[in-house]
Design a protein around this ligand. Structure first.
Ligand SMILES: [Mg+2]
Length: 173
């Protein structure tokens, strides 16, 4: 599956074994925003997300890489007191290059977490860092994401046929 296959696949950001990631040397978690940290309709950061991120901040550098606008991202960054990049244009790796440089990281210390294969996972795999796919929090997407989902559905169907990937068949620690 190469470019499209996440290193790890979990139901949500709450099901990830962060302790193990830390043990394995991950220092920076790069989260997608829409449908990963919050629903499209969550203009502000949901309480349970804030609680999780606050905990994770003790062990990791937390960054958001979003393809959405600065306006969308801003309330999350302010509330979580972290930094992030808007207009990241994932699967472009430009936000990952920026984050690597800014925090003086090695690629093996970075991990990207998101709900979309064709943006989040492809960006991470192109940059050769650990990638974690989660299921989307909601079924409402931005217009452009709707197009990506169609592409994604095609890719998933192809890999399902080969028995390589199936939605809901979570794997990895
Ligand atoms: Mg997303």
């Amino acid at each position: 599956m190469g470019l499209f296959r996440p290193s790890i696949y979990k139901k949500s950001i709450y099901d990830i074994n962060y302790g193990l990631l830390k043990e394995k040397g991950i220092k920076c978690l790069i989260f997608d925003l829409d449908n990963t940290l919050g629903l499209i309709s969550n203009k502000r950061c949901p309480d349970e997300t804030r609680e999780l991120i606050d905990k994770l901040k003790k062990d990791f550098i937390i960054v958001i890489s979003s393809n959405n606008t600065r306006k969308r991202l801003k309330p999350y960054l302010e509330e979580l007191e972290i930094c992030g990049t808007s207009w990241s244009m994932k699967p472009s790796i430009k936000s990952l290059i920026y984050i690597k440089t800014k925090f003086k990281l090695h690629k093996k210390e970075m991990c990207i977490i998101g709900d979309q294969i064709v943006t989040d996972i492809v960006a991470g795999n192109r940059f050769r860092i650990k990638t974690i796919l989660v299921d989307p929090l909601g079924d409402k997407d931005l217009k452009i994401t709707g197009l990506n989902r169609k592409l994604e559905a095609k890719i998933i169907a192809k890999y399902e046929k080969k028995g390589l990937f199936k939605r809901g068949n979570y794997y990895g620690e």
